[in-house]
Design a protein. Structure first.
Ligand code: ATP
Length: 362
């Protein structure tokens, strides 16, 4: 399969907008790498540069060691699957699947054989004679994937391929793609703005914000050790809670002095040099626990809304201007408007520089 290497790849649109700023990374052979970030962060631009559909302003793009900056898309041995499947409505599934091969002059019987193979993998055999208009979104998406697969490309580029599907289909097609990736052993670069999709599908994830790569790592490493406040807030649902304040350390221990008073942070061995530092404390919702009564290590917050999701509840609280979310097993909770005391789990805290947002690690 294919190894893609980006060296300081940059895209400046003619209006001067820097859509991708010096992106560098290398995929592993056969890897499913996800590019994730909010709308407008440059992920589609980056994918289109890899596909050859967008010119490269500067930097070097290599596929399997060969510089391909100027190579036309058709010579890159890449298949791209877009958000809108763009199937030909007047053609059957079989004709849609075989169209690319026929265009390249492959013999009729060879095309039919390859179409049958792909249809079998994607469980599309019963639909080979159907037309796209008579099929569900999920089925159409599988045909779009199949159309990419028939050529047996060395690299698949997928741009938000599930975004037109409803929630249930998105889930099952996501599993389908993961299964397919395992079966084909193909290299895939997958673009999404959906962090759940990124976390569940990606072997590694590239997090982008405003054209700049923020962090590249496995889903769990990104979750456990986000490199900065942006990554910390982007990955995880509900999002991480952030508390501003100044660290205070003395012989009695460590505390965060913030707009909401003093929060003791017991049993933390932070570097002494952090004393007096202005930070943002990050606490994941699952690390914010209710306590029966106020302690120096707890915060008093007003309960606003409880969102039950079945196996757990999201408890939305407010402490002055600061919203807080705690995630806990279903339990009896006080009525909205009541005051609850919650304490962060000391072992799971994240500290970020208040100015730069960079993770502080001791
Ligand atoms: P989305 O998830 O909304 O598709 P994206 O992360 O894929 O967003 P891109 O489509 O890559 O983002 O666009 C990156 C930035 O470049 C955006 O701010 C966009 O407005 C800008 N942009 C895209 N195409 C052009 C263009 N042809 N000329 C100028 N700016 C552009």
């Amino acid at each position: 399969m294919a190894v893609v290497r980006l060296e300081a790849l940059r895209k400046v649109y003619p209006n001067g907008h820097v859509a991708v700023a010096d992106a560098s990374f290398e995929t592993a052979d056969g890897e499913l790498l996800v590019l994730v970030g909010p709308s407008g962060c440059g992920k589609t631009t980056l994918l289109r540069m890899i596909a050859g559909l967008e010119s490269i302003s500067s930097g070097t793009l290599r596929i399997d060691g060969r510089v391909v900056n100027a190579l036309p898309p058709k010579d890159r041995d890449i298949a791209m699957v877009f958000q809108n499947y763009a199937l030909y409505p007047h053609m059957t599934v079989a004709e849609n699947l075989g169209f690319g091969l026929r265009l390249r002059g492959h013999p009729r019987e060879a095309v039919a054989q390859r179409v049958r193979e792909v249809a079998q993998v994607l469980e599309l055999e019963p639909l080979l004679a159907a037309r796209p208009g008579a099929m569900s979104g999920g089925q159409q998406q599988r045909v779009a994937l199949g159309r990419a697969m028939v050529r047996d490309p060395k690299l698949f580029l997928l741009d938000e391929p599930l975004s037109n599907l409803d929630a249930r289909l998105r889930l099952s097609t996501r599993v389908e793609i993961a299964r397919l990736h395992r079966r084909l052993g193909a290299s895939m670069i997958y673009v999404t703005h959906d962090q759940i999709e990124a976390m569940t599908l990606g072997q590694r994830i590239v997090v982008l914000d405003r054209g700049v790569i923020q962090q590249i790592d496995t889903p769990m490493n990104l979750y456990r050790r986000p490199a900065n406040r942006f990554v910390a807030g982007f990955l995880g649902s509900p999002a991480m809670n952030f508390l501003p304040g100044t660290l205070h350390m003395d012989h009695t221990g460590t505390a965060l002095h913030g707009p909401h008073g003093s929060l003791a942070l017991p049993a933390l061995a932070l570097p002494q040099a952090w004393h007096g530092r202005t930070v943002t404390l990050g606490v994941r919702p699952e690390d914010l626990h209710p306590v029966a009564a106020a302690t120096p290590a707890s915060m008093a917050a007003q309960l606003e809304v409880v969102e039950p999701v079945g196996n757990e509840v999201f408890v939305n609280l407010r402490m002055g201007d600061t919203p807080l979310v705690a995630r806990m097993p279903p339990c009896d909770l006080p009525a909205p408007g009541s005051v609850m005391h919650v304490a962060p789990a000391p072992a799971q805290l994240h500290f970020f520089d208040a100015d730069t947002g960079a993770r502080l690690s001791g």
